[in-house]
Write a protein that binds this ligand. Structure first.
Ligand code: UDP
Length: 340
């Protein structure tokens, strides 16, 4: 297959590109390197079946040429990370929504197969239970900047499904749950690479709030495998799927596991949300995917449990010598973290 991967130089994108090349596909990467890094593709940059184009998905002419050449497209290009979204809400929201709208239109004109990467963030606060694809979205108020990312992704999904229903676009939506693994940067505030950097660097692990909030961390290899299974399943067209792992852990307990696994002497400190992320910040208290749908459609099961995910990611961070100086929590954020 000839596959276009937007955001292919990003964390998940680069792992996907490697998997596509390994199974014999030709891959074109479209990435503006705003949050992606060419180094993420270092292992495959010289591959004869890889073409890399540095461009914005909103550059219609270049995007159209890439879509024309492709049999299938994976759309991952997006500004990500709670910290970045709080600091650059407008820019991130415009970028994410406009890029997706442009790409879907190009793909629909040519009836190309699309896998749209969405996020568990669309569930918002949830209702406290396990999250199913047909659930209502419980997004917070538009004035709270944190929800802008999930709101944008929900709009992306709505557009994709409308293109499918009304114009026959063969699209599948995947909602990723806290995807982690080697090459994920801590620059945008994601908790797992942040804790690992802190533990390896001997600085305090910063647990926000009371540490009782929970997440399910999935290995990027599982997410890539799940999406490739969905690509191959015609029955997945026009459907939305959770992908990830359903092993739940509280953030305070995660910090303890990372300290133990790294043998770090770092203390674990509690940082009030208001100090870390600005007053008015709202967190997701519990986030656990139901994997029943993806299991039923394509037989997906996560293979990498939390313990192994942590070991692999710590080993990769060590290999990268990723022991930089810690940054002050809350640095580079606007006061309040709340949109005006
Ligand atoms: N978190 C934390 N310390 C950090 C970064 C994040 O305690 O240094 C918490 C954050 O408040 C949230 C959880 O870890 O409850 C996951 O945060 P992340 O930004 O990785 O992902 P998301 O909130 O989008 O699931």
């Amino acid at each position: 297959m000839r596959v276009l991967v937007t955001g292919g130089a990003g964390f998940i994108g680069s792992h996907l590109v490697e998997a596509l090349l390994a199974r014999g596909d030709s891959v074109a990467v479209l990435d503006d390197l705003s949050t992606g890094r060419a180094e993420n593709l270092a292992a495959v940059l010289d591959h004869p079946r890889l073409a890399f184009l540095r461009a914005d998905v909103r550059d219609t002419a270049r995007c159209a040429a890439c879509v024309e050449e492709a049999d299938a497209l994976f759309h991952l290009a997006a500004h990500v990370g709670v910290r970045r979204i709080l600091a650059h809400t407008l820019e991130s929201l415009l970028n994410n929504v406009q890029a997706t709208a442009a790409l879907l239109e190009q793909a629909a004109r040519r009836k190309r197969r699309v896998i749209l990467f969405s996020s568990s963030e669309v569930y918002g606060k949830g209702r406290g239970g396990v999250l199913e694809e047909s659930d209502d979205l419980v997004l917070g108020a538009p004035g709270v900047a944190r929800w802008s990312y999930g709101t944008g992704k929900a709009l992306d999904e709505t557009l994709a499904l409308a293109w499918h229903r009304e114009r026959g676009l063969p699209v599948t939506v995947v909602r990723c749950f806290n995807t982690c693994g080697p090459r994920q940067t801590d620059r945008y505030g994601m908790v797992l690479p942040t804790f690992i950097r802190q533990a390896l660097g001997g600085s305090p692990l910063t647990v926000f709030g009371d540490g009782g909030q929970t997440r399910c961390f999935s290995h990027v290899g599982d997410v890539v495998r799940g999406t490739l299974m969905l690509l191959a399943a015609p029955g997945s067209i026009g459907e939305v799927f959770n992908v990830g792992n359903d092993e739940e852990i509280a953030i305070g307990a995660l910090a303890e596991r990372i300290v133990a696994l790294t043998g770090s002497r770092s203390p674990i400190v509690r940082v009030p949300y208001a100090h870390a992320l600005g007053g008015g910040f709202e967190d997701v208290r519990r986030r656990v995917p139901s994997l029943a749908k993806i299991r039923a459609f394509v037989g997906y099961e996560p293979r990498v449990g939390l313990e192994e995910l942590l070991r692999l990611t710590i080993a990769a961070a060590r290999a990268e010598g990723d022991e930089r100086e810690p940054r002050t929590p809350g640095a580079a954020l606007p006061a309040g973290g709340r949109a005006p």
